[in-house]
Design a binder for this molecule. Structure first.
Ligand SMILES: Cc1cc2nc3c(=O)[nH]c(=O)nc-3n(C[C@H](O)[C@H](O)[C@H](O)COP(=O)(O)OP(=O)(O)OC[C@H]3O[C@@H](n4cnc5c(N)ncnc54)[C@H](O)[C@@H]3O)c2cc1C
Length: 362
């Protein structure tokens, strides 16, 4: 079987198939694994708070979170269950805060309500009217995690081939013929899983004979981060209430304890990862709502990631799509579309789901 794309999801999928005894080839366009969205995110292990109950995002986030913590504990992947606070910054936001607690409960995620005084006892520099504490949220060294996935996939016989861009595919009876780097289609796979992230819809279009009505339109939503110079004022991740476009500009920490803010949301046509320093202006205003002491000039442009969206700016957020033969009617092919956040957290659960979808059909 072949997997296209060695991001965190493709690596988890390759590991899952290799462990089941499938001869697995992982094709990656870049010079190494995990250089796109999988290394341009917040590295947060999400608890599973925000997603519509029953959605694939909710199911795979909650299941994936538990699998990921277990994986980290077992294989010594650096991570920390630091917890996070979601804050209401005014009395007017209190109703939304309890709405969020209810929504999380529907996903089986318990959040602890905190009064202003209780929140300040945990994080003295915080400004808020009240907060919710999510003890299951954490942070992870995503590169160490990907390296472990790759090592395990390889130890079960999988092969990663870098600098191998899939450029064309042809459906044959019981197989897909794959052309890499402009060569003739010479690779033959009985099963193919498309984990090309931002390029997944484009890769699906490369497959001659695949029904185009089953390929979503891709949209790109860039998220920029700004790093805080100096020590982090907080021990936990701090999130405002989510807005229509995303989770709001929040504070995350890395494992060295450094703080960064982001990501914001900017709909773009092209994948350009440069951070525009002028975007800092809006960050200052957003951050001071929950951390008034933020000093002028303390934010430095850090990095950006791009969300692989399959719903446009004016549409409701889309769920993850794992489209197998039961969805599109093409045997042996599984496409993953719209694997934005919480794809890192969900990766091990997504891989199990892909395995089920792929093997249920044949
Ligand atoms: C700003 C931001 C913040 C996020 N924060 C979090 C977070 O805190 N927690 C969380 O759980 N999730 C988070 N996510 C989501 C998470 O990062 C992604 O869901 C995850 O990294 C997706 O992994 P992937 O393997 O699907 O895609 P990618 O990492 O993009 O990998 C796809 C791979 O496919 C390769 N490829 C593309 N086309 C071809 C081709 N034709 N041939 C061969 N290879 C090809 C690419 O080179 C790439 O390596 C965030 C995402 C963004 C954008």
């Amino acid at each position: 079987m072949a997997v296209i794309g060695a991001g965190v999801v493709g690596l988890a999928v390759a590991r899952a198939f290799a462990r089941q005894g499938h001869e697995t080839l992982l094709l990656e366009a870049a010079a190494t694994f995990g250089t796109e969205t999988s290394s341009r995110n917040s590295e947060v292990i999400h608890a599973g708070i925000y997603y519509p109950p029953g959605s694939l995002k909710a199911q795979t986030c909650v299941a994936g979170r538990d699998l990921l913590y277990e994986f980290c504990d077992r294989y010594g992947i650096p991570h920390r269950r630091c917890g996070k606070l979601i804050v209401a910054t005014s009395e007017a936001q209190l109703a939304r805060l309890s709405g969020l607690q209810e929504a999380a409960r529907a996903n089986g995620v318990q959040l602890e309500p905190l009064s202003r005084a209780q929140a300040l006892a945990l994080e003295p520099q915080l400004a808020c009217a009240a907060a919710l504490h999510s003890p299951l949220t954490g942070i992870i060294d995503s590169h160490a995690y990907m390296l472990a996935l790759l090592g395990q996939a390889q130890s079960h016989g999988a092969t990663l081939v870098c600098e191998s861009r899939v450029m064309r595919m042809r459906l044959e009876r019981n197989a897909v013929l794959i052309a890499v780097n402009g060569q003739e289609p010479t690779l033959r796979a009985a099963m193919l899983v498309n984990c090309a992230g931002l390029r997944a819809p484009e890769v699906a279009r490369l497959m001659e004979g695949f029904p185009p009505e089953h390929i979503p339109t891709p949209y790109f939503a860039k998220g920029s981060y700004f790093a805080l110079t100096g020590r982090s004022p907080f021990q936990r991740l701090i999130y405002p209430l989510p807005g229509p476009d995303g989770l709001g500009v929040h504070l995350t920490l890395d494992l060295a304890g450094r703080a960064r803010f982001g990501p914001d949301v900017q709909w773009v046509e092209q994948c350009d990862y440069a951070v525009d320093p002028r975007r800092a202006e809006r960050f200052y205003a957003g951050i001071r709502a929950f951390w008034p002491q933020l000093a002028p000039g303390a934010l430095q442009p850090a990095y950006a990631g791009i969300r692989p969206k399959i719903a446009g700016p004016l549409e409701a957020a889309a769920d993850f799509r794992i489209d197998g033969p039961q969805t599109h009617g093409v045997a042996g092919v599984v496409h993953l579309f719209g694997i934005e956040s919480p794809g890192l957290t969900a990766s091990l659960a997504l891989a199990e789901h892909v395995l089920q979808v792929a093997t249920a059909s044949g």
